[in-house]
Design a protein around this ligand. Structure first.
Ligand SMILES: Cc1cc2nc3c(=O)[nH]c(=O)nc-3n(C[C@H](O)[C@H](O)[C@H](O)COP(=O)(O)OP(=O)(O)OC[C@H]3O[C@@H](n4cnc5c(N)ncnc54)[C@H](O)[C@@H]3O)c2cc1C
Length: 445
């Protein structure tokens, strides 16, 4: 079996922790370097500011987390996460129609992102050969230039004290602020990428809702009907009997300055959603937090699998791909990548070079269909810039039909649900039964 001495992970976010869990079985020592302070509880933190906004955990992500951290799902529930029936307790207005609601085969966990991450933190703490060094920033790689090997990292702490840490493998899980692309560019290694400008802003706030016997949902999504509507919103029950409301808008449609002015301006924003449902729920509800904002001007997929990287370097999570967050896939992609990494280490005693090269190819295979699915939707807005996929129009037409039919046909909605939750591939939506339904809807209307 593969066994090496030390792995260093840059960043203790979701991907860093997942990588640590996997590598702890194959390295004697795993060290996570995290620039944030050690969290004191399930609270938002500076290094992952997106944690103040709604974070859905898709099915594939949930199942993968449970296999990597056995028992974690129960831990989520025992500290207040909410278990819902995925198709009954979700009220979803999508492309101008409400989805069917029925007692289906799937459940979903509702919780905040900090709550989810906190439980992973507790698990990581229980792994004896994993250590986290907080308040430390990785600012450079140590490279054996002649052999083209990354041999470790240069770390600096809050007082400016620098230290070199050597390792057999360095994992970059530092997300948006990763130093890797620039570092490689200095060595004339240019990473090809795919990008799309989407001008997305997220604005969120948490509320205490009054009890209401008629409230028959735990999460309600009002999704825009593009290209005419650009704003959507979600209200979700989360741990602590609170309701987190996130409003998002594409192509800078939200006047951020105005939205952040005061509590009333958040309500005004909710009034602009395609349906007034969310506004009605929160208009008299006491806010529990201030208003948070997060901007995603563009999405980027860095294709590290296409270049010859130095030996000893592996990239994971948002460092590779920052996808449109509206579809709730980022954390689940990280989980799927971690599982792919685990399989690679389990079945091979190959060199680190072979494992990292294969991993980057596998990660690309995980990301590719998800990126395609997302980009089809993002390009419904003519303002979205970037390289359009082949057959865009026909894919948009087909997807739109599936969305609309999901308001009437349980089988079609169930199939869409499985695709959106990364359980099944998009091709399953081309099943003859579904294809026939789409064609019938188009030509026999
Ligand atoms: C607004 C918004 C909403 C989202 N909603 C969802 C959702 O509903 N569902 C979903 O699955 N995903 C969602 N995502 C995506 C999800 O947040 C990311 O995919 C996920 O956080 C990626 O984790 P990561 O560990 O790769 O990166 P990050 O979460 O960015 O973590 C990187 C970590 O590295 C640390 N770090 C950075 N640089 C250094 C350094 N030089 N040295 C040491 N430490 C460093 C940071 O402090 C941080 O802890 C959303 C994203 C956004 C922006």
């Amino acid at each position: 079996m593969f066994r090496k001495e030390k792995a260093v992970i840059i960043g203790g976010g979701i991907s860093g922790k997942l990588a640590a869990r996997v590598l702890s079985d194959f390295f004697q020592e795993v060290l996570i370097i995290e620039r944030d302070q050690e969290p004191e509880g399930p609270f938002p933190r500076k290094g992952a500011p997106q944690g103040e906004h709604i974070h859905a955990l898709l099915h594939a992500g949930e199942a993968g987390l449970e296999s990597l951290f056995p028992g974690i799902t129960e831990k989520f529930y025992s500290s207040g996460a909410i278990k819902i029936n995925s198709t009954k307790d979700l009220a979803w207005f999508h492309h101008g129609v409400w989805k069917l609601r029925f007692d289906g085969e799937f459940s979903t966990i509702l919780q905040t992102r900090p709550h989810l991450e906190w439980h992973i933190d507790q698990y990581i703490k229980s792994i004896p050969n994993v250590t986290v060094q907080y308040n430390q920033v990785v600012r450079d790689y140590i490279c054996k230039e002649t052999e083209n090997i990354i041999a470790g990292v240069e770390v600096v702490d809050g007082s400016g004290h620098a230290e070199n840490i050597l390792a057999d493998l360095v994992v970059d899980a530092s997300g948006a602020s990763s130093i890797t692309s620039k570092w490689l560019e200095k060595r004339e290694i240019h990473i090809p990428d795919k990008k799309a400008k989407i001008g997305l802003s997220y604005i969120s706030k948490t509320f205490q809702l009054a009890k209401n016997e008629d409230r028959d949902w735990a999460i309600k999504i009002v999704y825009p009907n593009p290209p005419v509507e650009k704003m959507g919103g979600t209200i979700s029950k989360v741990e602590g009997n609170r309701y987190l409301v996130t409003i998002n808008g594409y192509h800078n449609v939200i006047n951020e300055k105005e939205a952040l002015l005061n509590d009333k301006s958040f309500l005004e924003l909710a009034k602009k959603l395609p349906k007034l449902d969310i506004y009605q729920e929160i208009k008299d509800a006491p806010p529990l937090t201030g208003t948070s904002i997060y901007r995603v001007p563009q999405i980027t997929w860095r294709q590290f699998q296409k270049v010859n990287l130095p030996d000893g370097l592996l990239l994971i999570g948002d460092t590779i791909c920052r996808i449109d967050p509206v579809f709730g896939q980022g954390m689940s992609i990280a989980v799927l990548e971690a599982l792919a990494l685990q399989r690679l280490f389990q079945k091979s005693d190959h060199s680190i070079k072979k494992i990292t090269t294969t991993f980057h190819k596998k990660a690309a295979k995980i990301i590719s269909p998800i990126w395609n699915m997302v980009i089809i939707e993002d390009f419904r807005y003519p303002e979205t810039t970037g390289k359009k996929p082949l057959g865009l129009f026909i894919q948009q037409w087909y997807a739109k039909n599936i969305f609309l039919i999901s308001s009437q046909d349980q089988h079609v909605y169930n199939s869409l649900f499985k695709v959106m939750n990364l359980i099944h591939s998009m091709t399953t939506l081309m099943h003859p039964r579904i294809l026939k339904t789409v064609l019938k809807r188009t030509f026999l209307k």
